[in-house]
Write a protein that binds this ligand. Structure first.
Ligand code: ZN
Length: 254
């Protein structure tokens, strides 16, 4: 009988259902940071009601959903927990981005009847305030605030060419290529356009997963489209041109 009495607390502990052990929290390590390293922006490509249903009932989810009308921020997953918004993804050599990111889904129908839907200003004001608070809370670096199309350019185009990345740059949240430097380097690239391997190397340095074989293949074009949608949304046909070269060069080597 004595033996079985002694075994009871041990079994409970192993099962994880006993009272928590006493933990001394007198000491704190200086070597730590947030588990949240990336912020990923998306559009839902559907209206609020169906977006909410998909994001709450699965199979995908996001930490936040920002409605357009009225502009409202919903938190669907606690920031300390993982949401399933990124899928197969890569940025600056980091993969499995769901585990280390916060995802914001923005209600926007994307491409409808051949026209990309705009982001109303009140909705973007809400998105910006949310991004600022998340970035401050987790000290997320500017080069780790990305779109879904940055981390999965072969599968995704969101948040699309209407997303006002420049507003994030104006708030100091992300880097933006200096217009004067771009104009200067563009003149040189118009004289002599770099080869595809040059574009691929710089796209990779910027953060994209991109082939490096020197061929203008479909994968490389998709990455160019993602880059152009963000920094030169007036034309995002995936064609390597002098302006794209200048934007990329200034971003990678300011
Ligand atoms: Zn997405």
């Amino acid at each position: 009988m004595r033996a079985s009495f002694a075994a009871v607390p041990v079994l409970l502990f192993l099962a994880g259902c006993a009272a928590s052990p006493r933990i001394d929290t007198s000491y704190t390590s200086a070597n730590q940071d947030s588990r949240v390293q990336f912020l990923v922006l998306h559009f839902t490509s559907s209206d609020f009601a169906s977006s909410l249903k998909i994001l709450t009932e699965g199979p995908v989810s996001s930490h936040y959903l920002v409605r357009d009308d009225p502009p409202t921020i919903y938190r669907l997953v606690d920031e300390g927990r993982r949401a399933y918004h990124a899928g197969v993804s890569s940025w600056k050599g980091n993969t499995q981005l769901n585990a280390a990111s916060i995802g914001i889904e923005i209600v926007n129908e994307g491409l409808q009847g051949g026209a990309w839907q705009p982001y109303p200003k009140p909705q973007m004001d809400a998105v910006l305030a949310l991004v600022q608070s998340i970035v401050a809370r987790h000290e997320i670096r500017p080069d780790r605030i990305v779109g879904h199309s940055d981390i999965a350019p072969q599968r995704k185009v969101d948040p699309g060419p209407m997303f006002p990345w420049k507003r994030l740059a104006d708030e100091g949240l992300i880097a933006w290529p200096d217009a004067q430097a771009v104009a200067q380097r563009r003149a040189g690239f118009e004289q002599s356009l770099p080869d595809i391997a040059w574009f691929q190397r710089r796209l990779a340095q910027h953060g994209f997963a991109v082939p490096l074989g020197g061929e203008l293949d479909a994968e490389t074009r998709n990455v160019l489209v993602a880059f152009q949608m963000k920094y030169r949304p007036a034309r995002f046909d995936g064609t390597p041109d002098a302006e794209t070269a200048a934007l990329l060069d200034v971003l990678v080597s300011p």
